[in-house]
Structure formats: structure tokens, C-alpha cells
Design a protein around this ligand. Sequence first.
Ligand code: PRP
Ligand code: URA
Length: 209
Amino acid sequence: MSKVTQVAHPLILHKLAFIRNKNTGSKDFRELVEEVSMLMAYEVTRDLQMEEVEIETPICKTKCKMLAGKKMAIVPILRAGLGMVDGMLKLIPAAKVGHIGLYRDEETLQPVEYFCKLPQDIAERDVIVVDPMLATGGSAADAITLLKKKGAKNIRLMCLISSPEGVKAVMNAHPDVDIYLASIDEKLNEHGYIVPGLGDAGDRLFGTK
Ligand code: PRP
Ligand code: URA
């Protein structure tokens, strides 16, 4: 069963209030999404494997812990997931980045795939899928299915805002995938938007409409 972690740190919730605010423009929205992603990366990577290494300080030899060298990949779901990549890379600079392009058909709300480019060794990497919004859960579930078809085994999902329905959909489709969120909001509206949410994440990041 998926573990669902709500990363409700005061700094994250404070920044999320600005992100949700309709008066926050694209420049600030982008910067805040990057900052929150960086803060969440701290929690998403909490259980990374470590190994003991011996080093020498200016005083003496000592044993320290370092990351065990397991390789990571960050996979944003285009477009809005792109806004989370730089924040993640600030904490995990050696990660490779794959891209999965999906958009929601406005009528059916079903995800439509239009792009997939992944690191060639994705099967050996710990993968973090990033997307600010988990609404019906269709896009995230399809992206994870695609990653599994390409051989990825260890996958986590990190989103800023989710609906309760989206969390359930991903848990049902992929019980092996742990989910990290800053907020689980109230519900989806009749257009498949998260309430209260933040509106259309892609449009707000890139200034489109
Ligand atoms: C948004 C969002 C997610 C998806 C969530 O993308 O970034 O990918 O909707 O909805 P779901 O959980 O119901 O599938 P959108 O399809 O608007 O594309 P965009 O990022 O290119 O704007
Ligand atoms: N996609 C968004 O960008 N926002 C929502 O509320 C739902 C899907």
C-alpha cells in the first residue's frame, strides 16, 4: 500500500498561500514553486540509503555517512512539472532528468501522451515523478505506468496540491508508489479542477491561457 506523506512544514504552507493567491503573477509563482519543490525534496529523500565512509578531518580519521551512490532521476510531467525541476536539482544536482508530456483532454479529462524521453538507464534509478497538481490522478497514474513499462521499479510521486480523488486513484493504480504532497484539498469541481487549488498550474507558470 502506498505511503502518503503530507509535508506540512510552516515554510511550505506559507509559500503555498502565495502560490494559491490569484494575484500572484507568473514570476513570483515560478520562484515559489521552485522554492517549495526544494523544501519538499528534503522530505522525499529522507530515506535514501547511506553508507559509511572513512575520511580524514584536519584533526584525525573518522567515519562519516554518505549517500550510498544509488542513482536518481527526476521526471516532470509536462508542462507544469517543469516548474519543480530546478528546485529539486538544487538538492540533488547529480540526478538525471526525464520528461513525460501529457495533457488532459478538456472534455474527457483523460490524459493524452505526446512526449517521452527518459534516461537510458531509468530501470536502475530511483525515480521521483513531479507535477504540481494531482487532480483526477489520471496523468500521474499514466506517467507511472509508462515509467514501469520502461523498466523503472522504484518510483515516488511528489505533488504540491492534490484532491482526495487523485490520491485514491494513484494508490489504487500503483500501490507500490509512495506519494508526497504539501496539501490534500477539499474536492474536484465539475471541470476537474482542484478546490480551492491554485487554478491551472501550467498557465500560471508560463503565463498562457
Ligand atoms: C495539469 C497538471 C497535471 C494534470 C492533473 O496538466 O499539471 O499534469 O493537469 O490532472 P489529472 O490529475 O486530472 O490528470 P495539464 O493537463 O493542464 O497540462 P499542462 O501542464 O501542459 O498545462
Ligand atoms: N490541472 C491544474 O493545473 N489544476 C487543477 O486544479 C487540475 C488540473
